[in-house]
Design a protein around this ligand. Structure first.
Ligand SMILES: [Ca+2]
Length: 234
């Protein structure tokens, strides 16, 4: 194996610095298993072998467990990572973001062919000047089987309650940030990247905490060997 001349991925720089810590972490439910990493500091960069820092997912096809309630699935790999809240027809709606039905749902990126995947970054929905939000049962799996019936590898799992049935996750829940949530996957080979979630906890700033059952995806980036090396727009 080639010596690992370590490069650094430029994804996922900071957890949102505007978040304010309160009695329970970030004002969210004390029952959540939140990531203790300081939200106002840059996360450690992800080290990958030379040539494995290329963006593989831009423009790739996306499927989902259920038809979106709003937004086209192509929004998930279009390079736009900022979710917007707009007024229209007398009500607010999300732009640049895909909304899926309540309950455990998934979206799946098709890389077109089997690739060696080293990192993934997920943006669910972060809104400026809005409540702190953390999605539940965030799970990422990789496989070369589109149905994930064979050879699926779980590379991220913060479902500490095992609500999705993939086993109790060891990763922490986290507050959404405009920088997404990057994580290393190791050198996993696969064509499909499937990301799960099961609603979110909308923290508010006090006692107005609430569980939002819907699922949202603004962008998913997959990094690894090959690809064009494009970066996202922020
Ligand atoms: Ca997008």
């Amino acid at each position: 194996m080639r010596a690992c001349n370590v490069l650094v991925l430029s994804v996922g720089f900071l957890i949102a610095s505007r978040l304010v810590s309160t009695g329970s972490p970030w004002g969210l439910s004390p029952y959540m298993q939140l990531d203790p990493y300081p939200h106002d500091q840059q996360r450690p960069p992800i080290a990958v072998p030379e040539g494995c820092d290329k963006l593989l997912s831009r423009g790739c096809g996306v499927t989902s467990s259920t038809p979106p309630l709003s937004g086209e699935l192509s929004l998930i790999t279009d390079g736009v990572t900022k979710c917007r809240l707009q007024w229209g027809w007398g009500m607010q709606h999300l732009e640049a973001c895909v909304t899926l039905s309540p309950g455990l749902q998934w979206v799946q990126v098709d890389l077109g062919e089997e690739k060696e995947i080293h990192a993934v970054c997920i943006w669910h929905c972060h809104l400026e000047h809005s409540n702190q939000r953390a999605y539940r049962a965030v799970i990422c799996r990789i496989s070369s089987d589109p149905d994930f019936a064979d050879g699926a590898v779980t590379v991220f799992n913060n479902d500490y309650e095992n609500s999705a049935g993939f086993g109790k996750g060891k990763d922490k829940e986290y507050v959404e940030s405009p920088y997404g949530r990057p994580f290393a996957t190791g050198a996993v080979k696969g064509r499909y990247v499937r990301c799960y979630s099961n609603g979110c906890f909308d923290g508010g700033t006090g006692n107005d905490q609430s569980v939002l059952p819907g699922n949202h995806y603004t962008e998913i980036e997959v990094y690894g060997r090959g690809g064009k090396g494009e970066k996202h727009d922020q």
